[in-house]
Ligand binder design. Structure first.
Ligand code: ADP
Ligand code: ASP
Ligand code: MG
Length: 814
């Protein structure tokens, strides 16, 4: 004999019920019990409708109408016309009884647990009857049996306890004389010894099937549902979750107890003693192997087998000096909860005995708090114990696995993973069996916690980075293009899965929680909502993804002012915008501090020398104990381009114009020409070398006339360049006369920095610096005479984008 159970989604509509029939028809056992749930959604509807009736809300009629329609239309669709009338009349008569019960509740204005069970049992009673008639109509050798006649319970309505002795005897007697090969039975429902309908708890159809399987000592119990087995985490919340092929009873029980709804927790108990294996299968993909739950199921030495969570948890804590060393406090505490029939999901007690903390359902917490405060009334009044503390809206996440006990470091990895992602842990517990490590966290963090734990324990090779990109102009567009082209390589070779979740320019912003398709980002953005920095940040924060990175490709001070918001939420920041790092020293320092405190890297390699690895090299020098003595550099690609191109046969004005057109200058070219851009860069290098400098500390002798410096539009600026052409020609001629080239230098030595135009003689390291190249010479304790030199293209959208990319990869390796 075999028992098959089909859940709510599997029987939600006639189309699905046809799939169920094909699965049942293929079983070749001599006897088959088919346990079915109510049609998907009907149990909730029944409960909701009866609640409305009991509060004398007339809209309960609408609920009843929906229940009627679902069942009547199922009959019409499944049963051939010639045999429909008998089935319809039975279903209608059941629906009439249901209506009468609801009316009764409406009139009295209340609903007892006993009446609720009676009402809710109609879901399974109707579905099983209709399915059995459908099977018969399809020519299967099938019959219907009301489980209430077999499964006997106490009168604990809502979640009744089974009398196994009576139940087993009833089942054995019935099946030994049943002539039909297939028996269809309602799940979830049972009856008390006095004959009232009872139910086995939400999700209880699994349990019904297990009770029958154990009573008949069958060879296999099959649970058919809407997913292909028991997964490493709830596949609806964790996309990367994988099906677990084999799992032990204990592990499956632990996972289901901690929220893996795919199996109702009590289901395992009846079959465990008889070692009947349970197969979890997908009605919609019957050929997928699914999961086999069995004794000592082989986990191939894997430690963590699954991650699950239970929501709607509150923490109740009792604390106070009067608890230390006083026997009986815990006993009174737990007794109080037990007397109120409140079940405890998790317990932690500090070893100082200063506090006891339990996790219980949100629904029970008010009652529990009141009862505990009453029990300890005397101690509270005499200030030995504080009134009980309550914290609501929490969730427990748990790692589960049989082999966890023999491995150290798992809880460390669990908590550090959560910590890195800014998930605050409110309480922790480790089962004495060491089959489970649980953490209580805020409900809003659940998805992030599950996904980051899943990544840490099951996808050790692949790390997902979630990018939020602000600024998609020259540099931003190139950056998105580079990611698109490298995505596959990064995944395969570096095990990094990079997804761009949000993008924004100054006009619009767009988000796609599954990752924006990078070939279409322009149209996504064009159709996006109107841009707003605060709304962008709020969205990033509320999505609450692990490994989130904010990428700033703008040159905006307002954007750079938002970095602390991101960092404080453990969102990394990568920026080519120099404003933050060259603004007030305290601001720069605070950003670095926040990055450390919240475990969120703050990277800005492109602030100096675009894609050249200047800051990274400097960081490595400092970290390995070297000390910077002097820095000499040409740090402005724009000025280098300008002075490499300028001579006595072109005008200075035209050269600057060309530099602007080729994208070598900032949008406002005075920032480059005045030397401010170079000042910012040497300031950042000085700060990264460990010096506390501000922009005012840097000497800048500008070669531009005062009038050009003071213009306030691009037109006025270019006009002034024309006006002073003779001065610029003179600068050139003086240099040329002494066989020198003009270079705009930045220098830092003995804690002092300066920038300015200089004549560079032939043979100098800087003399042959081409086009828009940059060069940096680091003179350090280890490189005192021959400096460490970094040289290469130091401006341009492509190299800047690749520098940002390099920072993203650094975060991936973090
Ligand atoms: P049924 O109606 O068939 O009894 P349930 O809705 O009770 O189905 O259980 C199946 C659901 O359990 C899945 O759709 C999935 O969302 C959820 N679930 C939670 N955790 C897990 C897990 N670890 N593996 C598989 N499914 C899970
Ligand atoms: N129909 C019941 C419920 O929704 C029992 C079950 O489906 O397992 O809880
Ligand atoms: Mg279920």
């Amino acid at each position: 004999m075999k028992v098959l159970k089909f859940g709510g989604t599997s029987v939600a509509n006639p189309e699905n019920i046809h799939k169920v029939k094909s699965i049942v028809a293929q079983a070749d056992n001599d006897q088959i019990a088919v346990v079915v749930s109510a049609f998907g959604g009907i149990t909730d509807l029944l409960l909701n409708t009866s609640r409305l009736a009991s509060t004398q809300d007339l809209s309960n009629k609408e609920g009843l109408k929906e229940i009627e329609d679902r069942h009547l239309s199922a009959v019409k669709s499944l049963i051939p016309v010639q045999s429909q009338s008998a089935v319809l009349s039975h279903v209608k008569s059941e629906l009439n009884t249901l209506e009468t019960l609801l009316e009764g509740s409406y009139l009295i204005g209340e609903i007892t647990p006993k009446l609720s069970d009676k009402i809710v049992s109609f879901g399974e009673l109707l579905s099983s009857y209709i399915i059995s008639e459908f099977f018969k109509a399809e020519g299967l050798d099938a019959s219907f049996k009301d489980s209430r006649e077999l499964i006997k319970t106490d009168s604990n309505f809502g979640k009744a306890n089974v009398d196994f002795q009576l139940t087993n005897a009833n089942c054995q007697a019935y099946f030994s004389s049943n002539a039909k090969r297939i028996t269809v039975l309602p799940g979830f429902v049972a009856s008390s010894k006095s004959g009232d309908s009872t139910t086995l708890g939400r999700g209880g159809s699994d349990y019904t099937a297990a009770i029958l399987a154990a009573a008949m000592d069958v060879e296999l119990l099959e649970i058919w549902t809407d997913v292909s087995g028991m997964y490493t985490a709830n596949p609806k919340l964790v996309k990367q979750a994988k099906c677990v092929a084999n799992i032990s009873y204990e592990e499956a029980m632990e996972l289901s107890h901690f929220g893996a709804k795919v199996l109702y927790p009590p289901t395992i108990q009846p079959v465990l003693g008889k070692e009947i294996p349970i197969a979890i299968k997908n009605t919609f993909e019957p050929d997928s192997p699914g999961t086999l739950i069995a004794k000592n199921s082989n986990g191939n030495g894997k430690t963590v087998r699954g991650i699950s969570h239970v929501g709607n948890i509150s923490l109740l804590s009792l604390e106070g000096p009067g608890m230390v060393g006083i026997p009986g406090i815990s006993k009174r505490f737990f007794e109080t909860l037990s007397l109120k029939n409140i079940s405890i999901v998790l317990i932690t007690q500090a070893s100082s005995e200063h506090s006891i903390c339990v996790g219980i359902s949100d629904d029970d917490v008010d009652l529990a708090a009141e009862a505990v405060n009453e029990t300890f009334e005397y101690e509270i009044a005499s200030k030995k114990i504080k009134p009980v503390m309550v914290e609501k809206d929490l969730t427990i996440v748990a790692l589960v696995g049989d082999n966890m006990k023999s491995h150290q470091g798992l809880s460390g990895k669990m908590f550090s993973t959560l910590g890195k992602n800014n998930v605050n842990i409110r309480a922790i517990a480790q089962g004495a069996s060491e089959r489970n490590i649980s953490a209580v966290i805020k409900k809003d963090d659940v998805k992030k916690a599950l996904n980051s734990l899943h990544e840490a324990f099951f996808e050790e090779n692949i790390k997902q980075l979630n990018l939020f990109v602000m600024g998609v102009g020259n540099v931003g567009a190139k950056f998105l293009d580079q990611i698109r082209r490298q995505k596959k390589y990064l995944k395969e070779e570096l095990k990094l899965n990079i997804r761009v979740i949000g993008i924004s320019n100054s006009r619009t912003m767009a988000f796609d929680e599954n990752g924006i398709a990078l070939k279409d980002w322009e149209s996504d953005l064009a159709n996006g909502e109107s841009a707003n920095r605060e709304a962008f940040f709020q969205k990033v924060k509320s999505l609450n993804y692990r490994n989130s990175v904010f990428v700033d490709n703008t040159a905006s001070a307002e954007v750079s002012n938002t970095y602390p918001d991101y960092l404080k939420n453990s969102i990394s920041v990568v920026t080519c915008n120099k404003i933050a790092c060259s603004s007030d020293f305290d601001y720069y320092k605070n950003l670095k501090h926040l990055a450390k405190q919240y475990n969120a890297p703050f990277l800005f390699e492109t602030n100096v020398g675009a894609g050249l690895p200047i800051i990274d090299t400097l960081k490595h020098l400092i970290a390995s104990g070297d000390k910077v003595k002097k820095i000499q550099a040409v740090l402005s690609g724009s000025l280098n381009f300008v002075f490499n191109t300028f001579n006595d046969s072109v005008t200075f004005h035209d050269v600057v114009k060309e530099a602007q057109e080729q994208g070598y200058t900032e949008p406002d070219p005075t920032i480059d020409l005045s030397g401010v851009d170079v000042m910012r860069k040497i300031l950042i290098l000085a700060r990264e070398s460990g010096h506390q400098l501000n922009i005012e500390d840097i000497a800048n002798e500008s070669f531009l006339p005062k009038e050009s410096l003071e213009t306030n539009s691009n037109e006025a600026f270019f006009a002034s360049l024309k006006k002073y052409e003779a001065d610029f020609q003179q600068l050139y001629n003086e240099a040329a006369a002494s066989d020198c080239k003009l270079k705009y230098l930045a220098q830092f030595e003995n804690g002092k920095a300066k920038v300015g135009l200089q004549k560079i003689p032939k043979g100098h390291d800087f003399y042959n610096l081409e086009g828009s190249d940059n060069i940096v010479l680091f003179f350090t304790e280890r490189y005192p005479n021959q400096p460490l030199i970094i040289k290469g293209a130091g401006a341009g959208a492509d190299v800047t984008a690749s520098g940002i990319f390099a920072d993203i990869i650094r975060i991936g390796n973090f």
